[in-house]
Design a protein around this ligand. Structure first.
Ligand SMILES: [Zn+2]
Length: 153
């Protein structure tokens, strides 16, 4: 909870929703060492977004504006928190282990609930898009299994 400061994040949340007209202000994301995380667009990454540390050590999230443009804003919002989770839970500090992806999904869901921004309608849209678009990964063979974890979280 203390990893979030409720301020307007100029550029960050706004940037994540890309060209859509609805400007979102998400809380600033902090990594496990309480360093703020910066989000940058990068159309070359082969996914919706990726959490990593820059060569100078700065915690960053790269998000693909072409992919987010095809997603519902609720799903983009979920991934804002999913990628934040990888930093907040120190997955990007050498703790990226089996279970980390399901953990990031759960952290995103619980954080959105805690902030009061996860409506039943949003959750339905998010789970539908995760079901349709999730590729086989470390923690799940498909979107259906991913949703089993998320629904039980
Ligand atoms: Zn992830």
């Amino acid at each position: 909870m203390i990893r979030f400061i409720y301020v307007l994040c100029l550029g960050l949340g706004l940037a994540l929703v890309g060209k859509t007209a609805s400007a979102q202000n998400y809380p600033t994301c902090f990594n496990a060492l309480n360093v703020p995380v910066s989000y940058f667009p990068d159309p070359t990454i082969p996914d919706i977004a990726i959490a990593r540390n820059a060569p100078n050590g700065q915690p960053i999230v790269l998000w693909n504006p072409n992919v987010t443009a095809s997603m519902h804003p609720a799903t983009v919002e979920f991934f804002y928190y999913h990628e934040c989770a990888h930093h907040a839970l120190a997955h990007t500090l050498g703790n990226y282990i089996p279970g980390a992806e399901a953990q990031a999904d759960c952290w995103a869901k619980q954080t959105m609930i805690g902030l009061g921004v996860l409506t039943p309608q949003k959750y339905q849209i998010i789970t539908q898009q995760l079901f349709q678009n999730s590729k086989p990964g470390m923690d799940w063979p498909n979107g259906a299994v991913r949703l089993q974890f998320l629904n039980n979280c």
